[in-house]
Design a protein around this ligand. Structure first.
Ligand code: ATP
Length: 140
């Protein structure tokens, strides 16, 4: 079994998609091991996306991620990392609506910036991101 960090971004929370997304999570076989609603500030949004800090869209990303609370979840199941990424669909929600209409980003996202959800992309980032929000609660 495996854990990943799933996040409903500010547009997903303010658009009232939390219940619908949690329903998709549970019906897809994930167990929710932890969850938290939290308001990121500029400092922790910058840290969370540190590897993107040189990108031209980084200021836009930080502004977006701090525009309201996010809802983070620790999801657990076999193959959780890849399966959650598959369920959310492509980064660009505008494209997701065409190519992956059943995906979560097609449901609640808008475009390449406002894409309503996040998922860890590797074991390494899952460990880092879970520790980022939940500390030592979920070691290994
Ligand atoms: P996430 O890490 O949020 O799951 P991702 O792995 O699909 O998304 P990344 O390339 O890691 O995509 O980008 C992180 C976030 O930055 C995206 O989810 C999106 O909100 C924003 N973003 C990515 N590319 C662009 C872009 N070209 N222009 C504007 N915003 C972007």
């Amino acid at each position: 079994t495996e854990r990943t960090l799933a996040m409903i971004k500010p547009d997903g929370v303010s658009g009232n998609y939390m219940d619908k997304i949690k329903e998709r999570v549970l019906e897809s076989g994930f167990k929710i091991r932890g969850e938290m609603l939290v308001q990121l500030d500029e400092g922790n949004a910058t840290l969370f996306y540190a590897e993107l800090s040189s990108k031209s869209f980084f200021p836009t990303l930080v502004k977006y991620m701090t525009s309201g609370p996010v809802f983070v979840m620790v999801l657990e199941k076999a193959n959780a990392i890849a399966d959650w990424r598959a369920l959310i669909g492509p980064t660009d929600a505008k494209k997701a609506k065409i190519t992956h209409p059943e995906s979560i980003r097609a449901l609640c996202g808008t475009d390449i910036t406002l894409n309503c959800v996040h998922g860890s992309d590797s074991h390494k980032s899952a460990s880092r991101e879970i520790a980022f929000f939940f500390g030592t609660m979920f070691s290994t």
